[in-house]
Design a protein around this ligand. Sequence first.
Ligand code: ADP
Length: 286
Amino acid sequence: MTVGASVPGTAPRGPARPVPVEPAHPNPAQPAESVQGPRLSTRDFSLYYGSHQALKSVTLGIPANSVTAIIGPSGCGKSTLLRAFNRMNDLIAGVRTEGEVTVSGIAVLAPSTDVVELRRRVGMVFQRPNPFPKTIFENVAFGLRMLGLKDKGELEARVEAGLRHAALWEEVRDRLQNSALQLSGGQQQRLCIARCLAVEPEVILMDEPASALDPTATARIEELVVELKARYTLVMVTHNMQQAARVSDRTVFMLSGKLIEVDETQKLFTSPREKLTEDYITGRFG
Ligand code: ADP
């Protein structure tokens, strides 16, 4: 089986070469949406958990090769919005949606959408590191095996590339066969990022990826997020406004299921257009 046939969007490569990633935009200096539309978008998107409306007509565009932070008080719908981009909400019984969600122009909510392929393109990293009780190698190889990749050399190359891109390779290269559960919390989270990167996603969704980590491990994750935007589009839910200010290019502020304001991070934090945003970032509520 050729790798190109078994793993969509990949080409065979030698062991030391990094994962080739299609440039998301021919000229990264230009805003991606000016040429090909936003990488992620929603239009009039609403989501209901049974009778409870968690998202209310959210319209949003997220450009490629950027970090977007989603902030807002607990329960405002940040995680629900994040999960919409790779249909993780499908796993919850009683969920109903209205409106549109797109990833690279593809209609995410269409019944014909291949959800496995969607989740390969739109990877997710959770709040608590959740490595499988397997070796470090097998954690990163997991998604590749699911996609049908069997060639040992190719698997090794892709695992190495994933670990390198997640800034973990140097720390684990000599113990790839050890259990992932022996790693520190911060290393486990970078392993989960490596697992996500190994299948060559376009988008990485992160739900409070550093909130369970100590300050040093948090700083490493934040550095990594900034590095990764050269290749990927990142969307990060955070309850930490300083973190949003440090790592994101754009910030979305949500309240009670509504998108209140989205702007360049610096602008949103220094001169928000909406009074509600100002009240939130100055600590008047939330
Ligand atoms: P946030 O990430 O901003 O804390 P969530 O997206 O987790 O908010 O939740 C938004 C709203 O949807 C909240 O009122 C929450 O209680 C509700 N909610 C979230 N997940 C579920 C679920 N699985 N079933 C029912 N209601 C849910």
